[in-house]
Design a binder for this molecule. Structure first.
Ligand code: C5P
Length: 235
């Protein structure tokens, strides 16, 4: 897909709550090698001006606010995000087809190149928690069905666990984008349970890797990013 050509394969999850920490961190990395994922914590703490600053420094951005609201509100939110110049914006597929179509329409209306991505089922859910909120279809079928709905509504891709690719990728179009968090270079004991290495995730069909702490907490983040690319090239 053309829109993907100028995007790096790695987006660093900028999970900071302080503008200075976030700015300092970007001095250690190269915008040619990675983009920046701005989530609710950083965006709520610092607002859109920081995104403009990242763009001035040459970084591509992924605004990860996972919009989920009535169709008109989500459409307008996506338009505002696109006007900020973010490369990627996302919505919850659980918001339904009308909401996703409306989001896509908004981006089309302003001729935006911003990629529109659907979040299927959060990786923090398991079968029990899905049952509790009334999604009795089960995790695998829910992910498959929501991803298919995202395709129907003209979205560019989905966020999913790299472990879901095995069953979700074969049923979706070849040019669909798969953004995968939960990436670890080595086994860890943190809160990510369903992890995969960068090389395995790319081999499984991931298009963009979202990586946070393994890069943000490293002594030399740029070295880790270069290591990841060497591993990818060696596979
Ligand atoms: O530090 P770590 O690599 O775990 O960061 C992963 C990032 O991806 C975090 O910002 C997290 O909120 C996000 N994310 C996730 N699982 C999802 C969707 C987003 O871990 N399903």
């Amino acid at each position: 897909m053309n829109k993907l050509l100028n995007l790096p394969k790695i987006f660093v999850a900028m999970d900071f709550n302080d503008i200075n920490l976030a700015k300092e961190f970007t001095k250690k990395i190269d915008p040619k090698l990675c983009g920046l994922k701005i989530g609710k914590e950083l965006f709520t703490s610092t607002g859109p001006d920081l995104i403009k600053w990242f763009h001035e420094k040459g970084f591509k951005t992924f605004l990860d606010l996972k919009f989920h609201d009535i169709p008109t509100t989500v459409k307008k939110a996506c338009i505002s995000a696109a006007k900020l110049g973010v490369a990627i914006v996302n919505v919850h597929a659980l918001g339904g087809e009308e909401m996703m179509r409306s989001a896509k329409e908004g981006l089309k209306e302003i001729n935006s190149d911003t990629l529109l991505i659907g979040v299927t089922i959060l990786t923090s859910h398991d079968e029990n928690s899905l049952q509790a909120i009334g999604l009795s279809r089960g995790l695998k079928d829910s992910v498959k069905s929501l991803a298919q709905q995202a395709v129907n509504c003209g979205l560019d891709g989905v966020v999913c666990s790299a472990m879901d690719l095995e069953f979700v990728k074969p049923i979706l179009p070849n040019n669909f984008i798969f953004i995968t968090p939960g990436i670890r270079l080595h086994p860890t004991n943190d809160d990510q349970k369903r992890i995969m290495t960068p090389a395995l995730a790319i081999n499984a069909g991931a298009t963009i890797l979202v990586i946070g702490r393994p890069i943000t907490e490293a002594k030399d983040p740029n070295e880790i990013i270069n290591q990841i690319y060497s591993n990818l090239n060696a596979n």
